[in-house]
Structure formats: structure tokens, C-alpha cells
Ligand binder design. Structure first.
Ligand SMILES: Cc1cc2nc3c(=O)[nH]c(=O)nc-3n(C[C@H](O)[C@H](O)[C@H](O)COP(=O)(O)O)c2cc1C
Length: 176
């Protein structure tokens, strides 16, 4: 493609004001992410959920990560009351675990290979474990933006690549 053609393609593209939830879900799905499994042993039993809104790089001092949780989450109230929350960045091939940790009406932990550190629960064969405590919560529309402080970590990325979530599908990293 010549430079001129590339330029024309750009100038004819239309911005749409369709920011409906359906349109946004599809648009936001273009942004690849990892998948975090948040899990803890709580007063209400084991609690866990999958979250692709998880992000690192919020703050190094203090060490903070972030996750956006739907206001209607039934699991978050139990997790937030826990003294600590285990975050496992799921590894390649762990897409079914992400689905299991998001499903309703089942035992989300059935047959999972777990590691227990105090109240924090971690998933084995993940790429990274972060042992966290809730630092702050901010209302964010139909979600709450949660900042979590990282107190301990275990990095397994030399043995397990992270799972990638893109356009509602789980993918594995490929080296060029
Ligand atoms: C790949 C994937 C990513 C998800 N990411 C989020 C997320 O970032 N935030 C969120 O609140 N729920 C997310 N969910 C949904 C939760 O895992 C869970 O299904 C939801 O909180 C409803 O369950 P609950 O009522 O027990 O909390 C995700 C689910 C999947 C499968």
C-alpha cells in the first residue's frame, strides 16, 4: 500500500457515537489482556473470580495493581472482607480455569490444583502469584475500581507463559 492510499483510508474512516454496552464489549475486546484469578478463603467459604480488567503498573511505591469489579458481583463482597487476596495470573492452557472461576451455580474450585497461603488462595501452574490486600476502592460507573497492594509475589514466567484473552477468546503467546 502506498503512503497516499494509507492516508485516504484514515481520512475516510468514520467515528461512531454508538457506545452502547454491546458495541463497547466488542470494542474493548480488541485490547488483549491477561486473566487474573482472585481467590481467598473467607468467612463465607472459598471465594474466587476471574478478571481480565486486571492491570499491573499502577504504582511501584507502594506496589499497587488494579482490577475493575462489576457492582453486582456476588463474590467481591466476600473477597474484600478477607485479610488478603491471592491473585494468580493464569498460565497458557488455563482458559477453562478462567471460565470455571466465572461460572454461576457450581463449585468454582472443584478439581483445581490450589496452593494456600493464609487466607490467600493461588492456582498452581499460573505465570505469576501476587499476595495482596485491598488498598482503596473507587466507584467507577457500573464497576468499582479496586487498588490492591502487593505484599509478596512468586514469578513463574520462566516456566509458564501467561494466558492471553482477546476478542472473548483465550490465546497463547507466540514467539516470532
Ligand atoms: C475471561 C473473564 C474475564 C472476566 N473479567 C472480569 C472483570 O474484569 N471484572 C468483573 O467484575 N468480572 C469479570 N468476569 C466475570 C467474573 O469472573 C464473574 O463471572 C462475575 O463476577 C459474576 O460472578 P459473581 O457474581 O460470583 O461475582 C470475567 C469473566 C471471565 C470468564
Amino acid at each position: 500500500m502506498t503512503t497516499l492510499q494509507a492516508h485516504e483510508t484514515h481520512t475516510t474512516a468514520q467515528l461512531s457515537n454508538d457506545v452502547s454496552p454491546l458495541s463497547l464489549r466488542s470494542a474493548f475486546g480488541q485490547f488483549p489482556s491477561g486473566v487474573a484469578a482472585l481467590a481467598a478463603s473467607t468467612d463465607r467459604g472459598l471465594a474466587g473470580m476471574a478478571a481480565s480488567s486486571f492491570t499491573v503498573g499502577v504504582s511501584l511505591d507502594p506496589p499497587l495493581v488494579a482490577v475493575a469489579i462489576q457492582n453486582n458481583s456476588e463474590t467481591w463482597p466476600a473477597l474484600r472482607d478477607s485479610d488478603s487476596i491471592g491473585i494468580s495470573i493464569l498460565g497458557e492452557g488455563q482458559g477453562p480455569i478462567a471460565r470455571q472461576l466465572a461460572a454461576k451455580g457450581i463449585d468454582r474450585f472443584e478439581d483445581l490444583d490450589l496452593e494456600v497461603h493464609g487466607p490467600s488462595i493461588f492456582i498452581n501452574h499460573a505465570a505469576l502469584w501476587l499476595d495482596t490486600t485491598v488498598y482503596a476502592e473507587y466507584p467507577a460507573g457500573d464497576h468499582v475500581m479496586v487498588l490492591l497492594q502487593v505484599n509478596n509475589l512468586a514469578d513463574f514466567t520462566n516456566i509458564h507463559d501467561p494466558l492471553v484473552f482477546h476478542k472473548s477468546q483465550f490465546r497463547n503467546l507466540e514467539s516470532n
